[in-house]
Design a binder for this molecule. Sequence first.
Ligand SMILES: O=C(O)CCC(=O)C(=O)O
Length: 260
Amino acid sequence: MEKNRSQLKSNYDDQGYFVIRNYFNIAEISSLRKVILTFHELWKKDNKKFYQEEAFNSSLITGSEYLAYDDRVKLFNFISSKKIMAIVESVIPTNPAFMNTQLFFNPVNHQQKDFWHRDCQYDFDIEDQKKVIHETQVVHLRIPLFDELGIELVPGTHKRWDSDEEFDVRQEEKGRVSSESLSTGNKIKLAAGDLLVFSADMIHRGLYGLDRLALDMLVFDSAADYVDYVDDDCLPETSMLDKIDDPRLFMTTIQLKAQG
Ligand SMILES: O=C(O)CCC(=O)C(=O)O
């Protein structure tokens, strides 16, 4: 495992991502799918208009709004399972912290096209984006629950600024639109059971189609300044902690929050 771990870390550092095929077995995926579908059905009912008109994801899957106590405990146990922690710690060896979960699905509105972006572009202007891509980035672990077209990403862009083509498309400059294809894009088709790990700040887009329903978990290096992005309700309640086999990922976030 040590050799594998350092290989994963060096792939992530060089390219900004790696994929592990068939990482989860059928039992793991079908039990996860059951919990996630419970969330998704309730969320869709409660967000009818948003879902019909524009949504392509939801978040706070571990929160208390849609999932009952026991399902939340199940989900927390999956997120911090040995298999997941091995991967998280291969990328963030010391004190990784849990940030959130998101669920990605196909937009109902067929006019909506999959679009290139860096996650940091929603929080920072261009000059600051140029800086933050050289700092610690949030790590996404994508766990597809059904076979999907996956993610298209531009390898290496977690560490480098955009080419002119990438910039104009992503930012919709000079008449370009963010759903155009990029010559540097690399499509990573994913099947249920695969795991894709990628940097949130690299240039990427989700590819709509098939029965896409993918759980993304977001983690960060506790040395970086991300704790303000964490919603308290997506963390385990105190009474849940002794029902979680290895709660370190959550404890780190809870402790960061307590420090203010
Ligand atoms: O799958 C998508 O629609 C977008 C994925 C994405 O942007 C992300 O996971 O940060």
